[in-house]
Design a protein around this ligand. Structure first.
Ligand code: CAA
Length: 286
């Protein structure tokens, strides 16, 4: 059984807020950090909105919501993570930002046995590991969006990760967070995105070439293949900026044209049409 009770989450956007919510609902003491007081407050609002939604839909009682909230601390001071036993980094998919963060976490976290996990979708875990002085305690834990719903977590050991760290990361994901795990290689895209991203990009190219409309592509995959949502709706959910970043990092690693971000994706990101989170992507959102 896992001995971990104090979790840190760095970044409270789509993924970080979901991880923090799940962890607090399952009884962990969670400290969430953001880079500014405003972003910390926005992250808190995001978690509260999701908990409220759970109450409205009859999945949570008001007491469970309140207990979860009481277990959460939101801060913009990374130093408040000092006593954490396990930290999950879920900041934007930017290599330099993540490298800098891992250097800082290495200094801040007191317990030498603490595990530092990254939710990166595509950046080599080993790069983040060797940015610290504790590369055997760094591991990838890749969650899926929406975190409260998707059962899977990919566990990605870097070449430097110890067997004990992998065991502890698997225990946190399964026993503490209630997820199922698959072990994935430390190569860009891991297992799931390596298969998913070429499919999503192919759907964008189909729209870009004028071959089919988003509605028809999505309905085709939803009704024809029983996918819960078609590729363009899914891109809107993931965030087009995130999808672009993942595709670019996979392209950088493999130089395969099927991973190259199509111009339409790049232009939509440049225009700020990022999907649900910005109110507009392949579809409009209120
Ligand atoms: N938090 C908590 N619960 C949520 C939720 C959220 N954010 N969003 C949906 N749910 C729950 C709902 O409460 C509902 O539960 P019940 O049926 O028990 O009431 C259930 O999920 C279904 O939700 P909805 O009825 O609102 O909507 P839906 O049936 O259209 O499902 C969906 C929405 C769960 C997002 C579903 O369409 C889905 O699974 N889509 C595919 C998502 C996917 O593929 N994610 C992976 C993305 S790739 C990724 O994340 C990796 C990466 O690195 C890019």
């Amino acid at each position: 059984m896992s001995d971990i009770s104090r979790l840190g989450v760095v970044g409270c956007g789509l993924m970080g807020s979901g991880i923090a919510e799940v962890a607090a609902l399952r009884g962990l003491d969670v400290t969430v950090t953001e880079s500014s007081a405003e972003l910390a407050a926005a992250g808190r609002d995001r978690v509260i909105a999701s908990l409220e939604r759970g109450v409205r839909r009859g999945k949570l009682t008001e007491t469970e919501r309140d207990q979860a909230l009481a277990r959460l601390t939101f801060t913009h001071d990374l130093g408040e993570l000092a006593d954490r036993q396990f930290v999950i980094e879920a900041v934007a998919e930017n290599r330099d930002v993540k490298l800098d963060l891992f250097r800082q976490l290495d200094k801040v976290i007191v317990d030498p046995e603490a595990v530092l996990a990254t939710n990166t979708s595509s950046i080599p875990v080993v790069d983040l590991a060797v940015a610290t002085g504790r590369s055997s305690h760094v591991v990838g834990l890749h969650f899926f969006n929406p975190v409260p719903v998707q059962k899977l977590v990919e566990v990605i050991p870097a070449l430097t990760t110890s067997a004990d760290t992998v065991t502890r990361a698997r225990a946190v994901a399964t026993e503490l967070l209630g997820k199922e795990v698959v072990q994935a290689p430390d190569r860009s895209g891991f297992v799931v995105n390596a298969l998913l991203v070429p499919y999503l990009l192919a759907a964008i190219r189909m729209v870009e070439s004028g071959a089919a409309r988003p509605e028809d592509i999505d309905r085709g995959m939803e009704l024809g293949c029983a996918h819960p949502m078609g590729p363009l709706r899914l891109l809107d959910l993931i965030g087009l900026d995130t999808a672009q970043a993942v595709a670019e990092s996979m392209y950088e690693e493999f130089k395969e044209p099927l991973y190259a971000a199509p111009p339409l994706l790049q232009r939509m990101v440049a225009a700020g049409h990022l999907g649900r989170k910005s109110g507009r992507g392949f579809y409009p959102y209120d």
